[in-house]
Each structure stands twice: as structure tokens, then as C-alpha cells.
Ligand binder design. Structure first.
Ligand SMILES: Cc1ncc(COP(=O)(O)O)c(C=O)c1O
Length: 429
């Protein structure tokens, strides 16, 4: 089980004693020492003060509001410090003797990931990102002509294009579930999957939270359906890993993928692939090389050649940081900010919010069409003049802008975005 630290504990770590108090915590003191103490701020308190203390653990300028967690998150100070410290450690002395401790560090990340996701280290593969993890599933299963894969249409290319291209090569059939806007409700998609699964279906897949408009999917129910029907399930967790307090023992997919550099706020180019013990017999490794992991599936599946352990140690710091902040608090905060944004945008004339306003169907990804404004120009003006970072959503499919707030963002940044959009709607961009 992922340990969670109460707000009181967190406040104690970060409280009035400042960085000295923070680094009085034995774990933090051991890991960051004086270097960390020098660069970390002295967070305090409760309410917004608590969140300010969290924000102070990021190096983004205080007046810059980047609402782009669905794409890429900043790493926190502890992560940056670990990355630098551990990279220096290798570059100062790259001998095998000096590096020998790093194998154990990689395994510590595996153990931390397993606790974070509530599964066993024997089921964890440390990858480069979600794209790689998803492709390891679509390449590693022994699928052939006559087999069917049921895929949600509104998936990232690594979980849609990948299946369609591999279908051409291996001869299996891809059955797509169309996306409906606004979110038609969980039952709708459960029913759609029920109807799409046939005797030939081998695996179903979907995105836990879509990156396009932030539709939340009934992951637990769909994975239960898959098990009932004797088919495997792959949950693309790129948008849920590090945002939700994901419990894979409860959801029980066969495969789950995630990236450290999105909501987990870890180092760039680390990721995870969870392979349920029951599914391990069904999948082949895609890469054979040196330096496998030490336990379970990683012994055969994770021989990826030379790795960057500094990145992995930093990834572990990111997970520890989230646990210290409180994963339930992180999810609640991000969702509150997103729903504040939806409420604000919905009041603006001509703005079409693509994301469901129902908090049980959305999470922290919000997309909207800003009336007749040119979205690209609007995104640029918001960034240059209002210091708000959003992502453009080009194309005909629910186009416009996307804002994806996380726990380092503030209600003020949301208000700034809403009032700026309102202003540009009146004045043009
Ligand atoms: C749903 C989904 N899956 C997979 C990915 C790929 O993530 P990465 O670029 O970290 O591999 C993304 C990236 O935005 C995504 O949104």
C-alpha cells in the first residue's frame, strides 16, 4: 500500500523551521543533504499556504502558470537534485566499481513503483515512457489472423495507430469503439465494449483519462468485463499515473502503462509497464539485450541495455514526493482546479467546453473551443501576455485549447485564464 503522509506531517516537514525543518526529516536529509537544503524553500501551513509550499518545491517562476500537465510536467526540486547528484556521481567515476550500487537503486525504483500502484515488484517493467510500454504490449502478444482487438478510438497513437499498423503486419482485426461527445456516461462505454467483444477478441484497450478532452473511463468495470469474457485488458495510464491514487490491485488490468514525466512530475524519459502475473505467460519481450531487472517479469522483459539510473533514482524521488504531499490531496486539488475552469469557461459567451461538466466523468484535462477566436493565436497571446501555458488542439475533432491543471497550479492561474479568454473574446487576438 502506498503510504500517505497527513497534512500535519507534511506541514511539520515544511513548516516554520524552514528548510532546516524540511531536511530534519531523516529521509530527506539523507537523500538531499545540504545541497537540497540550500535550494529548497520553506513551505508552510494549511489551505492555500500549504499549496504555495508545494509550489515552492518547483523551479517554475511564480508568475508563470503552465496548465499543461497532460503533456509534460515540471520535475520538483528533489527530483532535479537527485538527477544532478546521481548524474555527477557517474560522470565523476564511470567505473563499474563505482556504479555497482546503481543496480540496487533500479530495484528500489521497482519496489517504489509497485507500492505506488499497489502491485508486486515482480509485475513491474521500467520503460522509457507510455509509448514504449503500450507498444511492448501490442508487439509482444501472439496475435494473428482471426484474432480481434477492441480499441477505443480516442486513444493516443501509441495505443491506436500502433494496433492498426501491427494488424496490417500480423493479420489480426482491430475493432474501434467510437468516441461520443459530450461524455455519454460510463454505462454507455461499458455497453459498447460488451457488444464489441466476440469469441475472437483477445484484448480490449482504452485510455483511463483521455488526453483530448479529459473523458474519464470506467477502468475497473471494463477490466472486470474483460476478465468475465476471458480476454486481456490494457489500460493506457498516461493521464492517470501520478494524477489519481491508482490502485491496480483493485482495477486489475492485465497491462497498465504510464510516464514519469507527465502527472508524476518525474524525470523525462522514464515510464512503467505493469504486467499482471496472470498475463505474463501471454507476452513476449520486444527487446533482448543486457542488464535485465532482478525480479519477476523484469528478468526476461527488461533487458534494455545500458540505462540511466540517475533518471530512475529521480523517478523514485518524484513518487516519494507525491506520497509526502498526499496522493488523495493531489487528485482532489487537480480536479477542483479543473472544475473551477469548466465553471468559469462555461459562463463565457460562445465558448464551447468539450469536457463533461459532470465531476464523475471528468478529471483534470479540460478542452474548449474559444468561440470564433483563432486558437493558435489565442494560445500564443495567453502565453506571451498573460503568462498562461495551454496546449493547442488543432484539427476538426473538438479543436481549440486544452488546459490541464495539476497540484502545482493555483486557483489564481485558473481565474487568470478565464478572464483573459473573456477579454480576448471581446477584443479579439
Ligand atoms: C493517453 C496517452 N497515451 C500515451 C501517451 C504517450 O506518452 P509518452 O509521450 O510519455 O510516451 C500520451 C501522451 O500525451 C497520452 O496522452
Amino acid at each position: 500500500m502506498a503510504a500517505s503522509v497527513s497534512r500535519r506531517d507534511f506541514a511539520r516537514l515544511f513548516a516554520v523551521g524552514g528548510s532546516a525543518a524540511l531536511f530534519a526529516d531523516p529521509v530527506w536529509a539523507r537523500e538531499y543533504g545540504q545541497q537540497g537544503a540550500a535550494s529548497s524553500s520553506a513551505p508552510t501551513g494549511s489551505g492555500e499556504a500549504f499549496w504555495k509550499s508545494v509550489r515552492d518545491q518547483f523551479v517554475m517562476p511564480p508568475d508563470l502558470g503552465v496548465l499543461n500537465a497532460a503533456n509534460l510536467c515540471p520535475a520538483s526540486r528533489p527530483v532535479l537534485e537527485a538527477l544532478k547528484r546521481e548524474s555527477d556521481f557517474v560522470d565523476h567515476d564511470p567505473s563499474g566499481q563505482n556504479r555497482s550500487r546503481l543496480t540496487a537503486e533500479k530495484e528500489k525504483l521497482r519496489t517504489t513503483l509497485a507500492a505506488f500502484l499497489r502491485v508486486t515488484p515482480e509485475e513491474i517493467v521500467i520503460t522509457r515512457n507510455t509509448s514504449e510500454a503500450n507498444n511492448m504490449v501490442s508487439s509482444g502478444l501472439d496475435l494473428k489472423a482471426g484474432d480481434e482487438v477492441v480499441v477505443f478510438h480516442d486513444n493516443h497513437p501509441s495505443n491506436l495507430t500502433a494496433w492498426n499498423e501491427k494488424a496490417k503486419r500480423f493479420g489480426f482485426k482491430v475493432v474501434e469503439i467510437p468516441q461520443v461527445n459530450p461524455h455519454p456516461g460510463m454505462e454507455y462505454y461499458i455497453d459498447a465494449y460488451k457488444k464489441a467483444i466476440t469469441a475472437n477478441t483477445k484484448i480490449i484497450t482504452f485510455t483511463h483519462l483521455t488526453s483530448t478532452v479529459g473523458d474519464l473511463f470506467p477502468a475497473k468495470e471494463l477490466c472486470a468485463l474483460a476478465r468475465e469474457r476471458g480476454v486481456m485488458s490494457l489500460v493506457d495510464g498516461a493521464q492517470s499515473f501520478g494524477l489519481f491514487d491508482v490502485n491496480l490491485s483493485d482495477i486489475s488490468p492485465d497491462f497498465y502503462s504510464g510516464s514519469s514525466h507527465k502527472w508524476a512530475c518525474g524525470a523525462r524519459e522514464s515510464g512503467v509497464l505493469y504486467i499482471n502475473a496472470r498475463a505474463q505467460k501471454n507476452i513476449w519481450p520486444s527487446i533482448y539485450s543486457a542488464y535485465p531487472g532482478a525480479v519477476g517479469i523484469s528478468k526476461t522483459f527488461e533487458s534494455f541495455g545500458q540505462r540511466d539510473e540517475a533518471n530512475m533514482i529521480a523517478f523514485r524521488e518524484a513518487l516519494d514526493f507525491q506520497t509526502k504531499v498526499g496522493r488523495d490531496k493531489i487528485e482532489k486539488r487537480s480536479r477542483q482546479l479543473a472544475n473551477q475552469l469548466i465553471a468559469g469557461l462555461s459562463k463565457l459567451p460562445d465558448v464551447k467546453v468539450w469536457t463533461s461538466p459532470n465531476p464523475s466523468l471528468n478529471a483534470a484535462v479540460v478542452s474548449f473551443l474559444p468561440g470564433s477566436l483563432n486558437s493558435q493565436k489565442l494560445g500564443q497571446a495567453l502565453y506571451e501576455k498573460d503568462k498562461i501555458g495551454t496546449a493547442g488542439r488543432g484539427g476538426a475533432d473538438r479543436g481549440g485549447l486544452r488546459a490541464s491543471p495539476h497540484f502545482f497550479n493555483t486557483p489564481e492561474e485558473i481565474d487568470r485564464l478565464v478572464s483573459a479568454v473573456g477579454r480576448y473574446l471581446e477584443s479579439g487576438v
